[in-house]
Design a protein around this ligand. Sequence first.
Ligand code: SF4
Ligand code: SF4
Length: 291
Amino acid sequence: MKITVLYSGNYGERVLNTILEKFAQNIVSIHEIPENLPEYIDDVSEYVPENLKESDLIISVGLFGDINLIVCDIVKKTNAKSIIIESHSPKQVTKGLKSEISNSLNGIKIVFPKPFCSLKPVDDKYIDEFAKYFGSPEIEIIGETIVKSVTVKRNAPCGSTKYVAENLTGYSLNEVEFESGNKLHNYPCLASMDVDNELGDTILHLAGYKIKEAVKKSLRFSNKILTVTADCKGFECGFKCYKICPVVKMGEKAVEIEKTHANINNLFCGCCMKCVDICPFNAIKVLNYKI
Ligand code: SF4
Ligand code: SF4
């Protein structure tokens, strides 16, 4: 697989350095795009890099606003079949911009992960090859009551999963879920702390939910369990919990609808409590567990 990388700013540089660890042989061209360009640009052609090479996958990281439209020209010049454009900040790639890019690229598979660590396989040869190694974090925690070691199966594209894994050894299994969120902040995760209107939460929080999901999946255990009681009347409320859940909006099954009833999948749930607060029938209860 041949990859072209477009990057901008500190976040772009960090991702580039992380993915080079695995894909150095595959990356055929790297182009730094200037930071702080205007949000709206009439004609992006002057920013299209020279010396582009034939590629299968284009990865765009850290580009803000209309400059993202350069992928449309770059696809034509590289014959790329697949594109990943990440967002780690609200308004980085607006809904309108996504439509504009998608509509002008017929037959090209394109994904817009927000945050980048929410990337999953999408049944596309090239995106899935990348997503084997980078995207939604996956780890294996070894230890009976204390963490002895943590193996990274899939790293976040910014490298945060590796950092978190290296710093969890010695914690009790009860603490790991909480500590993984702390370590992500310490890395530091560069995702925005502003609320993203599409997701209804900050992208930084969403990244935190992803690393906690990886911990919970490895331990098969969650410190906090949300459960929906028989008081749920989904048809009456219009499934408010499902509609408000930021993890659902990110593309994960934190809330599932079963006929007239909602269920919460605690492996995905980030415990933001938005569903608890909005439920008109007070049907979502919170239980605390320890191993
Ligand atoms: S749990 Fe509450 S908010 Fe969710 S579907 Fe049931 S009644 Fe509605
Ligand atoms: S607490 Fe509710 S709204 Fe928040 S992530 Fe969990 S299921 Fe979604």
